[in-house]
Write a protein that binds this ligand. Structure first.
Ligand code: NAD
Ligand code: TDX
Length: 339
């Protein structure tokens, strides 16, 4: 079994590669990644020398590069994690989001058709469903919830999902799609809420909470997401969409307070800043389908996962200090300078 994993030098993709090499030691994993600002080759250092692992630096939008890799590797499965993934960046500059997230997905699917790939799995997001009101806790996103996007990021992910389903219907491409809630865990780029707050707190810097911090996200430990995708690849039905989430809704402000408590830092570091444009209020996944059809359940409780995650950032300071010391400083000034 040969799998091409795109975006495997990023947060979830790298965790997925570690997971798959552990649970399927006989499978060959080929990581295709452009190494954008979010991709970090050092993350993959522990597996780089494994005989059943290969890293290839390439852009999923580059047809020639994708074609020659598929010709060489003849993959059985392709799992597409490669994406521009940060909502705030999509608000500043949407173009690259449309390019990578939509057109890149098309390039990969064309190669899958040409080389007879047995499964193309698209890693999507709950953000394609838009948001839910805070005063209706009974409402959850199911796979039937209409697509209703808010940001250029979520619109690009939803567009890709539509294209994936169109390739299934029109060309019979054997696809699956998963839509997961917010992930947290090791190797997440420190522009995202949880690692950003951990890194800032450790450096005694202000903790920039958008608006009142009352927005709700549904958090899932990254390893649970990886197990769900592995299960969909082995037992999921082609042409199907699976929601992934663990019923773990939390307000942003409560997460930031918890991080302060765990790190022994004062809540006076919390600074309320101008809200995100078009900020989604609440996400909440109904994972009934993946539970009843495939037997998936999350294994890590948030209380344990967040402690493990904070411990990981404490134990792996060089990994994120390297990131926050470089180009990230310009990003941070631009995004938070006069917010
Ligand atoms: P990330 O930003 O950490 O990693 C993205 C990876 O893709 C990086 O390694 C980057 O170098 C690579 N990449 C970007 N453009 C590329 C291109 N044109 N060609 C090849 N490689 C390219 O993202 P993440 O948080 O790991 O998210 C992975 C996927 O999961 C994305 O598709 C995202 O939409 C989805 N997702 C993320 C979350 C979350 O909470 N992080 C939740 C649900 C779904
Ligand atoms: O500095 C911040 N302050 C703040 O209050 C940042 C970066 C975020 N926030 C808020 C905005 C959101 O309500 O925290 C919440 C989480 O923000 P992000 O970490 O940027 O995640 P989100 O916008 O929810 O999107 C994430 O989940 C779905 C991922 O980045 C997406 O890739 C995924 O599809």
């Amino acid at each position: 079994m040969t799998i091409i994993v795109t975006g495997g030098a990023g947060f979830i993709g790298s965790n997925f590669i570690f997971h798959m090499l552990k649970v399927h030691p006989g499978w060959r994993i080929v990581c295709l990644d452009k190494l954008t600002y979010a991709g970090n080759i050092s993350t993959l250092a522990p597996v780089m020398d494994k005989p059943n692992f290969r890293f290839v630096r390439a852009d999923i939008c580059d047809r020639a590069a994708v074609d020659s890799l598929f010709a060489e590797e003849k993959p059985d499965i392709v799992v597409n994690f490669a994406a521009e993934s940060h909502v705030d960046r999509s608000i500043e500059d949407p173009g690259i989001f449309l390019q990578t997230n939509i057109l890149g997905t098309q390039v990969l699917m064309d190669a899958c058709r040409k080389y007879g790939v047995k499964r193309f799995h698209q890693v999507s997001t709950d953000e394609v469903y838009g948001d839910l009101p805070l005063d209706r806790p009974d409402l959850l996103f199911t796979e039937e919830t209409p697509i209703h996007t808010s940001s250029p990021y979520s619109a690009s992910k939803a567009s890709a999902d539509l294209l994936v389903m169109a390739y299934h219907r029109t060309y019979g491409l054997p696809v699956t799609v998963s839509r997961c809630s917010n992930n947290y865990g090791p190797y997440q780029f420190p522009e995202k809420l949880i690692p950003l707050m951990i890194a800032n707190a450790l450096n005694d810097k202000p903790l920039p909470v958008y608006g009142e911090g009352l927005n709700v996200r549904d958090w899932l430990y990254v390893e649970d997401h990886c197990r769900a995708i592995d299960l969909i690849l082995r037992s999921g039905k082609t042409g199907e969409i699976y929601n992934i989430g663990g019923h773990n809704e939390m307000r942003n402000i409560d997460i930031v307070r918890l991080i302060c408590r765990e790190l022994g830092k004062s809540e006076s570091l919390i600074t309320h800043v101008t809200d995100r444009k078009g900020h989604d209020m609440r996400y909440a996944i109904d994972p009934t389908k993946i539970h009843t059809e495939l037997g998936w359940l999350p294994e890590t409780k948030f209380a344990d996962g967040i402690v493990k995650t904070i411990r990981w950032y404490l134990d792996n300071r060089p990994w994120w200090e390297e990131i926050v010391s470089g180009e990230y400083q310009n990003y941070y000034r631009k995004m938070y300078g006069d917010r």
